[in-house]
Design a protein around this ligand. Sequence first.
Ligand SMILES: Cc1ncc(COP(=O)(O)O)c(C=O)c1O
Length: 445
Amino acid sequence: MSELPAKRNIPFSPPDISDAEIEEVVETLKSGWITTGPRTKLLERRLAAYIETGRVDIDCDEPANVEKYSNRVGCLNSATAAEELNLRILGIGPGDEVIVPAYTYTATASAVIHCGATVKFVAIQKDGDPVTHAPEMDYDALEGAIGPKTKAIVAVDLGGIVCDYERIFEIVERKKALFAPKKSDGTPLGDLASRIQKAIGRVAVVSDCAHALGGSRTFRGKKTYCGAIADFTSFSFHAVKNFTTAEGGASTWLPLNGIDNAEIYHMFQLLSLHGQSKDALAKTKIGAWEYDIVGPWYKCNMTDIMAAIGLRQLDRYPCLLKRRTEIIAKYDAICDSLGFSHLNHHVDGMDSSNHLYLIRIPGFDVEQRNAFIEQMARRGVATNVHYKPMPMMTAYKALGWNIKDFPNTYDYYHNLVTLPLHTLLSDEDVDYVCESLRDVVVKEF
Ligand SMILES: Cc1ncc(COP(=O)(O)O)c(C=O)c1O
């Protein structure tokens, strides 16, 4: 057994910010327009083009593309806000139930609670999906959980691995007879929500793509990117994500029969900016000071400083994804040789966004897993756990959830470790993580 090379310091997930992002931020600061404005609108169009085509080189200032890609993505200050606004535009509120996997981050569930609706947690499959090993919902349990109060299912593309949406759509179609769309309450939001529920005509499929920008799956026979699969989708651009605007997020949705995308987009704008009928940029036009407040709503808009980071990140995004794929290939090789189960990010018909590298160590209990994390830290390698299941958290226990009712979910978590996966890792760093894994296993366990 060779000795571990000199200790390195490997952080878990630092942001990858180049001079291009820095220069764009400086230009924005000097431009005189730093809150929601032209850069946010351009980022929204470029994200819409990326979601449709997987391309980042489409000129979204060109008039035909301004027309084509406007009103399709709404940038916000977080994925949590995007999730909540998705649910609010869907008219979800008190008396409604929303199904959420028990294996996720709290935002997936807390957004439901913020809307006044009830979260219904569903367990994950034993050992996750048989091919990707991602902690996907137990789809039979999901089908069984749908009742007359169910208004939406939030699927989570955890780690960037795209769920089996074909199966989720089949399930909601089969349960269509149970679904009754909400009646309009006469308010602008209530009226739009009622029309959206009628147009969808079944339980809505909502996607938490906080990790999954750029992930794709064969869907209805065609390679389809995250954001173009579920009825409504949210993305996160938080500092630890593949693609960052420091904090930030976005919502997108599929076009709906009989409803103009511009109307849905406008409602996102209203919900994110106090229900104010004109944003700051519109108010700068000559004589255009006056505005109305159409609802007492929220404040979660994206600023142009954030969008400036995003515009330059998007230019680099295909290269960033490629680098992550290279790192994953090295991790796959070492984990296979050590007998660790791991996420499979690239399988027939699915390419993930390469966000998180989860491993599970056979035979380990929780204490051994935690000792393993400590031993990696002693060698300078930061690791993590994604996630401690929601029914183990105080807030959700207080709502009556008990992890004992979710044995497969607990089992998945108990021996799980997340390895550092980011684009500041050099080849030598990746080799060092791999050698540290082997060293810990051989010397400590
Ligand atoms: C699965 C999932 N959903 C939602 C969020 C919330 O993202 P944000 O911090 O942008 O609100 C996160 C954040 O890590 C997440 O991991």
